[in-house]
Write a protein that binds this ligand. Sequence first.
Ligand code: HEM
Length: 420
Amino acid sequence: MWIGPTPRVNITNPEDLKDIFTKHEDFPKPALNPLVKLLATGLANYEGDKWAKHRRIVNPAFHSEKLKRMLPSFYQSCSEMIEEWESLVSKDSSCELDVWPYLQNVTADVISRTSFGSSYKEGREIFQLLKVQTELAIKTIQSVYIPGRRFLPTKMNKRMKGVDKKIRELLMGIINKREEAIKAGKATKDDLLGLLLDSNFKEIKEHGNKRKVGMSTQDVLEECKLFYFAGQETTSVLLVWTMVLLSENQNWQDRAREEVLQVFGGNKPDFDGLNHLKVVTMILLEALRLYPPVVMLTRMIHKKTQFVEFSLPAGVEISLPTVLVHHDKELWCDDATQFKPERFSDGVSKATKNKLIYFPFGGGARICIGQNFAMMEAKLALALILQHFTFELSPSYAHAPSRKLTLQPQFGAHIILHKL
Ligand code: HEM
């Protein structure tokens, strides 16, 4: 297909997909639209040495033992949502609700708390501004493209610049405060910002205070913005489709609840228990297969490249259409479009027969850095929901997955909640 003047080819052969993920240096990401750049750059959008350095510094913040320390923040945000739902349900012991905005809100809340800990309130304000900025950017991207228009002092451009300035000021304030606390030996390392600054500090100490070593405050700021963009909507999308699928498949909802009650009873879910939830994990993996939040990935070819069945010249953009590969009957058998979590009962590699046909989090060295974070958050939210409610689809629910930045339910997710 043609995307304006650029030819784009879909790649769906598993061997080609494997190659593209493995040789990530030969298949860089396409240049970002300048407006998207304004929203967030960071790790997801760098290449070469800069990417490698940032990945090395950011990685430790997502290690399993760090996630364990963030669990109380996850819990606080999720249990607030449950309390809200309980108060809505309490009158008649059931109520109809569009759960989509609540799930978007809870994942935004989790990111604010886990990113900034004690500065959670300022974090929330920043992320609300980022949401406004995203909506403005989408409007601009969807209007007719006129080269250079972003430099003109239009009302929209002025508004976007103003919001950007405010975001930067607020973020700088939080980062500077934290850097001072570190110097005074009073800083926490239980949130992403603390972990990032700590890891950065170690990198600088190890490699000396040379130029190009470590990240600048500006770099840290970009990574914080990226956590919001990469981690908020993707996770709320995973949760919303999981709730829809479990409403349509009551037998799986029952099985998941049985497991949750067996592991935790009515108690607060803990880290080790969450890691042992097998049925819940299978359900989440299957939801990610049927409704991958990121429906497709894109890469560029800068030299003539031989694929299994054809070769492509330099300058072609390739797309890795996750959603098409995940639904392909030749790759997944005739039941490819059906919800069957049992296909993951022995893990991903058995389900895929070790072929690269499942990549909701991407693959290779550039695989999603937050995948364990997202799975932990989704398991906790789902465990709490299952402990407190049974749920079914409302007759007013209209099934319409639609691609915004991610694969969202166009008309929301109207669900009837019953108190357990
Ligand atoms: C269900 C939730 C999520 C899904 C489906 C998801 C999906 C993805 C995918 C497909 C990629 C690869 C993009 C590409 O190769 O072009 C990616 C990369 C990334 N994700 Fe996620 N993500 C999720 C949650 C998160 C969370 C919670 C965070 C952080 C808090 C995060 C941070 C990142 C970052 C920083 C990258 C770039 C990694 C790199 O290029 O080295 N993601 N994600």
